[in-house]
Design a protein around this ligand. Structure first.
Ligand SMILES: Cc1ncc(COP(=O)(O)O)c(C=O)c1O
Length: 394
C-alpha cells in the first residue's frame, strides 16, 4: 500500500518516545532526556513573544504570505544575519521555511537523486540521513573524531569524496555531540569543497546556544565557495512549536542560481510558511530580549552537572559539549557486559528506570556505543536521573 521510500524514514528520537509512552501506561514516571525541545522543560516562551504572535493574528496577518517569506521578515533577517556575522546577505538571498526541517527537505529534494551522495558528519542529526535516502541518494558519513574533541577527520572526509558527491554538511555545534568544529577545520572543509567544486550546507540552529567558545559562521570564511546557512527560531527563541526557520545563500559568485530558483519553485508550490509566526518573528528580531542568554547560563550549569556525573561512572567516557544541549557519552559495553549495544541499553534503561534517552546508533554508524542525553532538565531532575543511571549500571 505505501511507497518503498517511506521505509527510509527512521527517527530514533521519536521512536524511543513511542516506547516511553508504552512504559508510561504501565504507571512508571518517565524522565524525558530524549527530545531537544527547551520549551517542554523550564524554558518558557517569553511573554512578549507570545503577545507578538497574538498581535499578528488580531492585526489581520492571517493570510498566505509571499512564498519566499514576508518581505519585512526577509529584510529584518538580512539585517540580523549581517550584523551577527558581518556578512553581505541581501533579503533576496533568504527563504523563510517551516522550520529548518523544511529547509533540509527542500535542499535535499532539489539536489539529490539517483544515488548522488551527501557528505554528512558522523554522528549526525538523523533527518539528513533520512531525507537523503528518501530522495534515492546515499548519505556518506565523514568521521567526527571523538578522540580529537569530535573534530572532523579531514583525511576521512577527503577520502570519501566521489564523482557522485553533491555537497558537504557542516553542523556546528553538532547534534548529537554538542561540540563545535574549530575554525581551522571549517576552513579546511571550505578549501576541500572549493577544490572539488562542491557547495556547503551549514546547519546553524545552535549558533546562539554556546558556552565557552565563540561561534564561527562558515560563510564568513568563504570568498567563493557557496554556502547555504540554515537557521531558525525554534531553539534560540523558545518557539519550537511555531515551526519557523530560514535559509540564506552566501554565494559571492552566483554559482547556485539554478538551485535557488529550483527551491523557490518548491516554496511556491507549498504556498507559504506560517504568516503569524513570521510577523511575530519580526518583533523578535527587533527586540531579541534576554531569554537566550538566560537559557545559556542555566544550560551551562546543567551541562557541568551532567558531565561531572557521567564522568564518575566506570565504563563511560564523555567529551565536553561546548554548545547545544546534548552530551554524547561513549559506553564501553565490553566492560559493562550486561548489554550488547547502545539500543539494547537504552531500551532496558528506559523500561527499568523510566529514564528516556536516545541510542547513539540512531545518529548513524559513528553513533554506535553512545547514548544521547539532553541536559535541558533542572539540576534536581538531573540528580535523580544520574542516581538512577549509577544504580542501574551497578
Ligand atoms: C541540527 C538540527 N537541525 C535542525 C533541527 C530542526 O529544527 P526546526 O525546529 O527548525 O525544524 C534540529 C532539531 O532538533 C536540529 O537539532
Amino acid at each position: 500500500m505505501i511507497s518503498q521510500r517511506i521505509n527510509s524514514i527512521s527517527y530514533a528520537i521519536r521512536e524511543i518516545a513511542a516506547i516511553a509512552d508504552k512504559v508510561a501506561k504501565s504507571g512508571k514516571k518517565i524522565y524525558h532526556l530524549n527530545i531537544g525541545d527547551p520549551v517542554i522543560y523550564d524554558f518558557n516562551t517569553p511573554h512578549y513573544i507570545s503577545q507578538a504572535l497574538a498581535d499578528a493574528s488580531f492585526g489581520g496577518k492571517n493570510y498566505y504570505v509571499n512564498s519566499l517569506g514576508a518581505p519585512e521578515l526577509r529584510e529584518e533577517l538580512s539585517r540580523s544575519i549581517n550584523q551577527r556575522y558581518n556578512l553581505k546577505v541581501s533579503s533576496s538571498d533568504i527563504l523563510v521555511t517551516t522550520g529548518v526541517t523544511e529547509a533540509i527537505f527542500f535542499l535535499i529534494a532539489a539536489t539529490i537523486e539517483n544515488k548522488k551522495e551527501l557528505l554528512i558528519p558522523g554522528p549526525s542529526y538523523p533527518l539528513y540521513i533520512n531525507y537523503t535516502k528518501f530522495f534515492d541518494g546515499v548519505p556518506i558519513e565523514y568521521e567526527l573524531d571523538e578522540n580529537n574533541n569530535w573534530e572532523p577527520n579531514i583525511d576521512d572526509l577527503r577520502k570519501k569524496i566521489t564523482d557522485k558527491t553533491k555537497a558537504i554538511l557542516i553542523c556546528s555545534p553538532n547534534n548529537p555531540t554538542g561540540v563545535m568544529y574549530s575554525e581551522k577545520m571549517i576552513k579546511n572543509i571550505i578549501d576541500i569543497a572549493g577544490e572539488y567544486g562542491l557547495f556547503i550546507l551549514s546547519d546553524e540552529i545552535y549558533d546562539q546556544i554556546i558556552f565557552e567558545k565563540e561561534f564561527t559562521c562558515p560563510a564568513t570564511l568563504s570568498n567563493d565557495v557557496p554556502i547555504i546557512g540554515l537557521n531558525g527560531f525554534s531553539k534560540t527563541h523558545l518557539v519550537t512549536g511555531w515551526r519557523l526557520g530560514y535559509m540564506y545563500y552566501h554565494d559571492p559568485e552566483n554559482k547556485l542560481n539554478d538551485l535557488k530558483e529550483g527551491i523557490a519553485k518548491m516554496a511556491r508550490a507549498r504556498l507559504s510558511a506560517s504568516s503569524i509566526a513570521q510577523y511575530a518573528a519580526i518583533e523578535i528580531l527587533k527586540n531579541p530580549g534576554t531569554h537566550t542568554q538566560e537559557m545559556v547560563a542555566k544550560l551551562k550549569e546543567r551541562r557541568d552537572y551532567s558531565l561531572n556525573r557521567l564522568r564518575k561512572i566506570e565504563g563511560i567516557t564523555c567529551v565536553e559539549a561546548n554548545g547545544a544541549f546534548y552530551l554524547f557519552p561513549k559506553f564501553d559495553f565490553a566492560e559493562l557486559k550486561k548489554w550488547k549495544n547502545d539500543k539494547e541499553f537504552v531500551i532496558d534503561f528506559l523500561k527499568t528506570t523510566g529514564v528516556c534517552t536516545v541510542y547513539g546508533s540512531g545518529f548513524g554508524e559513528y553513533g554506535n556505543n553512545h547514548v544521547r542525553f539532553t541536559f535541558l532538565p533542572k539540576v534536581e531532575i538531573l540528580e535523580i536521573v544520574y542516581n538512577l543511571l549509577e544504580d542501574f549500571i551497578k
